[in-house]
Design a protein around this ligand. Structure first.
Ligand SMILES: Cc1cc2nc3c(=O)[nH]c(=O)nc-3n(C[C@H](O)[C@H](O)[C@H](O)COP(=O)(O)O)c2cc1C
Length: 183
């Protein structure tokens, strides 16, 4: 059992990082192997909507824009479960999270039920460290992404500065429970 935790903030020591660490800790406590990735270090650029809208993502289920995406796409597909943690920016995912999830969705949603994450659990966490607003709209778009790639929502957890301590406990326990259920 391998859980991939993707952390999508440029800040290595903020709320997003703390949420990702809590998820990794919970998954390890349940006996899972865990891989932790800081997306902003990987050079994953934007979708180029090749050829007026669709490129090889639709036909070959691979992205033709060559950068850090290909390795992370493969690493994500090889995981048994995914934890995706984003800071809330303007009520949405971070730019890096959006770039990765957009490209991943094009490659995998176009496989339908053969998506590499089909049936696998995803735990989505939205960390709002500013006003504390926008967590729900952010999680709504993460939920849509999970549905498009035919994965399964394990949980959608909103976190803000005030809820930090008890939500870190909840994230740890959610990851632990996910591993126990998925094994
Ligand atoms: C461009 C930008 C937009 C943001 N929008 C929101 C927001 O809509 N709601 C909110 O609560 N915080 C917002 N914030 C604050 C971040 O959610 C907060 O800094 C969060 O903790 C970032 O994660 P970090 O702790 O990993 O840096 C925004 C921050 C930035 C940089």
């Amino acid at each position: 059992m391998k859980v991939l935790v993707i952390h999508t903030s440029p800040n290595h020591e903020g709320l997003t990082a703390a949420c990702a660490a809590a998820a990794a800790e919970g998954a390890r406590a349940a006996g899972s192997e865990v891989e932790e990735v800081r997306l902003n270090d990987l050079g994953v650029g934007l979708c180029q909507a090749c050829n007026n809208g669709w490129g090889t993502c639709r036909t070959e289920h691979e992205c033709q824009v060559e950068d850090g995406f290909q390795a992370l796409h493969a690493q994500t597909c090889a995981a048994d479960a995914l934890v995706l943690v984003t800071p809330v920016y303007w009520g949405e995912m971070s730019e890096s999270a959006k770039a990765f999830t957009d490209r991943f969705r094009r490659c995998e949603a176009t496989r339908g039920e053969a998506s590499c994450l089909a049936g696998k659990y995803v735990l989505a966490v939205a960390a709002a460290g500013g006003s504390g607003g926008g967590m729900i709209t952010c999680l709504a778009s993460m939920e849509r992404w999970i549905n498009h790639i035919r994965a399964r929502v394990w949980d959608l957890i909103p976190v803000n500065r005030w809820s930090r301590e008890y939500k870190l406990t909840a994230i740890r326990e959610a990851a632990q429970a996910l591993v126990l259920a998925a094994r």
